[in-house]
Design a protein around this ligand. Structure first.
Ligand code: CMP
Length: 151
């Protein structure tokens, strides 16, 4: 099963949308394999967004993300990175389709509520920035036989 690192960003925490966001993944049949509330250190934010360093929005993105409350989770399931990104919608909330998290609640390219790994490779790089192996739980949901097994 594939994994995606998902962050409910500070705007989701401050706007009280974390529960609604998690509920969408659960209802879709994706498994929450790890979950924690934390403040994102500047150093972790820099590592997470290393590829964006130098872009015009980078400094404000760091200011927005670092030292703020976020909720980090691992969402697991067949094709999890691709499916979670579809559920998030376009990075630019005004391009995001209704029914997606950003399409329904997003307001600004930076204040776009959630981050999710864009591939299995990104998830492999991002997950260890947030979770120790012992914090990732292997368990079976009772509805798993009725969900996409990746076959
Ligand atoms: P995320 O999916 O976390 O990955 C990079 C983040 O940079 C993105 O979500 C946005 O929060 C932010 N971002 C991307 N493009 C812009 C932009 N044009 N202006 C402001 N912030 C942006």
């Amino acid at each position: 099963m594939n994994k995606s690192l998902v962050l409910c960003k500070p705007d989701a925490v401050h706007r009280g949308l974390v529960g609604k966001i998690i509920a969408r993944f659960e209802a879709k049949g994706l498994k929450i394999a790890a979950l924690k509330m934390m403040r994102l250190s500047t150093s972790t934010a820099e590592k997470l967004y290393a590829e964006h360093k130098g872009k015009p929005f980078y400094d404000l993105l760091m200011e927005f993300m670092a030292e703020q409350p976020i909720v980090a989770m691992i969402v697991q399931g067949a094709e999890a990175p691709r499916r979670v990104r579809v559920m998030l919608g376009d990075t630019m909330p005004w391009n995001a389709q209704p029914g997606t998290i950003r399409g329904d609640w997003g307001n600004h390219p930076r204040l776009n509520l959630a981050h999710a790994s864009d591939s299995d490779e990104s998830a492999e790089r991002e997950i260890p920035l947030f979770f120790e192996p012992s914090e990732i739980l292997d368990y079976m949901r009772c509805d798993e036989p009725w969900l996409d097994q990746g076959d």
